[in-house]
Design a protein around this ligand. Structure first.
Ligand code: ADP
Ligand code: MG
Length: 250
């Protein structure tokens, strides 16, 4: 990780859907090459937080800066911001009538106006990287859930984002397909990608994260290295949360 470059800064973010605060005074930084894993109980505001960063939710106060420039002061061009911040969701939402390749090329050709040949070469490289080059002409219905989710990751990566956000991308997958998607994310994490990951896969979280952030009740309760957080959480709230998971002893 390059300690010098801060890509994303969140300062005193407050988010409210109109019936009480969902996120309260969230501040954090994400450095280039850093892998930050957000964990916390259901409903604590993890998805809301990622959606605020990607401009899918307005915020009530605070500020978010990308490359040192505010994206929440009302002047941001979200189509540009979203090219810098890729996001992968629980549901992959590929277009069913388009092949894998055409699904992947939609963003680079329509939004970034890239040349098809060049983008296609890029897509092939990325498909190879996630082990799906042989599926480039398949339709989504011909793929398993794990394969579709890997295509969704390629669809985000081909935009060459500075930061990748992952919101419980394995939560809807059958257990036997979780591993293949986590392996792709692990490979990205190991090759210098800047990532913010929401997950309930605790072993993966521990292996992938440079830093773990524990959210509860809309606030950051604890931040630490994965070893410190998982071996000796500082707060009762984190301890109680971790106790709800069973860890396989290696
Ligand atoms: P998590 O991803 O940690 O499970 P969410 O960010 O989805 O949590 O939700 C945080 C809180 O905000 C929950 O209480 C949820 O009910 C509420 N919430 C989420 N989305 C909306 C919305 N569009 N309108 C109103 N309330 C919402
Ligand atoms: Mg969520």
């Amino acid at each position: 990780m390059d300690e010098e470059i801060t890509l994303l800064e969140v300062q005193h973010l407050h988010k409210d859907y109109g019936n009480g605060a969902v996120l309260e005074d969230i501040s954090l930084n994400l450095k280039k090459g850093e892998v930050l894993v957000l964990i916390g109980p259901s409903g604590c505001g993890k998805s809301t937080f990622l959606r605020c960063i990607n401009g899918l939710e307005p915020i009530q106060s605070g500020e978010i800066l990308l490359d040192g420039v505010s994206i929440t002061d009302g002047t941001a061009r979200w189509s540009e911001v979203r090219q810098k911040i890729g996001m992968v969701f629980q549901s992959y939402e590929l277009f069913p009538h388009m092949t894998v390749m055409d699904n992947i090329l939609l963003g680079p050709m329509k939004v970034q106006k890239r040349n098809r040949k060049e983008a296609e070469a890029d897509a092939c490289q990325l498909l190879e990287r996630v082990g799906l080059l042989d599926k480039k002409d398949a339709y989504p219905r011909q793929l398993s859930g794990g394969q579709k989710q890997r295509v969704a990751i390629v669809r985000a990566l081909i935009m060459k984002p500075e930061i990748m956000l992952f919101d419980e991308v394995t939560a809807a997958l059958d257990p036997e397909m979780v591993r293949e998607v986590l392996d792709v994310m692990m490979e990205l994490a190991g090759s210098g990608s800047t990532m913010m990951i929401v997950t309930h896969e605790m072993q993966f979280a521990r292996a992938a994260a440079d830093r773990v952030i524990f959210l509860d009740g809309g606030e950051i309760v604890e931040t630490g290295t994965p070893d410190a957080f998982f071996d000796s959480p500082k707060t009762d709230r984190a301890q109680r949360f971790l106790n709800t998971f069973t860890f396989e002893k290696k």
